[in-house]
Design a protein around this ligand. Sequence first.
Ligand code: ZN
Length: 387
Amino acid sequence: MLLIKNAEVYTPARAGRVDVLMAGGRILRVEPEIRMPAEYCEVFDAAGLVAVPGFVDAHVHILGGGGEGGYATRTPELALSDAIRGGVTTVVGCLGTDGVTRSLAGLLAKARGLDEEGISTFVLTGHYAVPLQTLTGSIERDLLFVDKIIGVGEVAISDHRSTQPTFDEFVRLAAESRRGGILSGKAGIVNIHLGDGRRGLDLLRRVIAETEIPATQFLPTHINRNPGLFEEGIAHAKGGGFVDFTTSSIPAYIADGEVKCSQGLRRMLDAGVAGTQITFTSDGQGSLPTFDEQGRTVGVGVGRVTSLFPEVRDAVLQERVPLDVALRVITANPARILKLRGKGQLAAGHDADLVLLTPGDLEIHSVVARGRWLMKAGAALARGTFE
Ligand code: ZN
């Protein structure tokens, strides 16, 4: 048992100074003045610290990705220590551009490995390509038979690297994911990779207008990648859809018009978008290619899960977004939208995933995942098998 006492708690709603009691990987109670005998329970005095839910990063290339500048540019797998340093206690793994040398079997194995190492994982089936490549032969079977599979993605549209899916292909895919989600009690979410193409959200708007599939079946990502797409995202979210920002970036992208996530959150809230419609994800371990005018790859960086929380921190400290609102984009919102049971909230019955922050500058001080310390007062207490 672990009792965190005297922290300023955000569940992510502001709860004031309450104690958090955890046992067996779950949160038992979140109440003022919990007392437990010391022989049964580790008591940690978190006076002066801020306790928040462990972060959910819902778009991470845990198996590595990339390869867009040739074989040598294939990016490495996620290391547990990166997740720990980033306060990320839940990741949703996905494949990206490459669904040939990267496989769903490998993705699932990597997810199970991270689970064994101490964090929680889910995965998406498929990759950029349509028709989708699945694990068991169909999207519905994947959702029904494989516990970790919660949806589809990342399916690429409006991008020179996409398979240029037709309307009919795209609708069929979304319909199968919806039905599989309904049958399995999962979200069946379709995570859409948006490129810089002129068509932007055209395909998604058409699906919502012409079929019975609701806007909430989709989580379009990289919505901040250029100013035009960002504006389309505002309209989509105000119409009831969800939008996902990508926090991994490089200066060249920002110079090119990418909207910094912290500023984008402020702008969307000011534009009247409900805070509940927005998520941030890192695109961790994805490649960050730069292309020249002719579309040739001229450089490749690697996304980091450690980029996730700094954008929330900047939203609070620089853009004056209230902490409880900003926290939701990496806790309660992705957990709700993706139906990740037990995740994203500090509440009785939920998983014991918790991050302690320093007051004022909001640095990550400690990380608890499923009731186990992964970082304590800045010192990592766990590492990946081969780290
Ligand atoms: Zn992508």
